[in-house]
Design a binder for this molecule. Structure first.
Ligand code: FES
Length: 107
């Protein structure tokens, strides 16, 4: 079972075991990770699941589609090169050890 590491606003890390096929957002919600509100439930319309993917894992992920990219342009926190909406990231076995940082504006 892959483990996802969520780096919180205070610098601490929460580790949550993920189910294959679940999203990184769903995994965070199941693990009660602070800062992932997911107000739209994962339908790519709220951007409250924004995360910064660690550089070491960025190449593992498929690029954002047009809808995700457009929403990332409107996120509250700064958009960075590895910004992603965690609801759009489906966990695979290759995600084991994935590190994502939650923007400071999402507390
Ligand atoms: S949960 Fe709303 S955009 Fe990801």
């Amino acid at each position: 079972m892959p483990t996802i590491h969520y780096i919180l606003k205070d610098g601490t890390t929460r580790e949550v075991d993920a189910k294959i096929g679940a999203s990184v957002m769903e995994t965070a919600i199941r693990g009660n990770v602070r800062g992932i509100d997911a107000e739209c439930g994962g339908c790519c319309s709220c951007a409250t699941c924004h995360v910064y993917v660690d550089d070491a894992f960025a190449d593992l992920l498929p690029p954002p589609d047009d809808m995700e990219s457009a929403l990332l342009d409107a996120v509250a926190a700064e958009r960075r090169p590895h910004s992603r909406l965690s609801c759009q990231l489906s966990v695979t076995a290759a995600f084991d050890g994935l590190r994502v940082r939650i923007p400071e504006t999402q507390a």
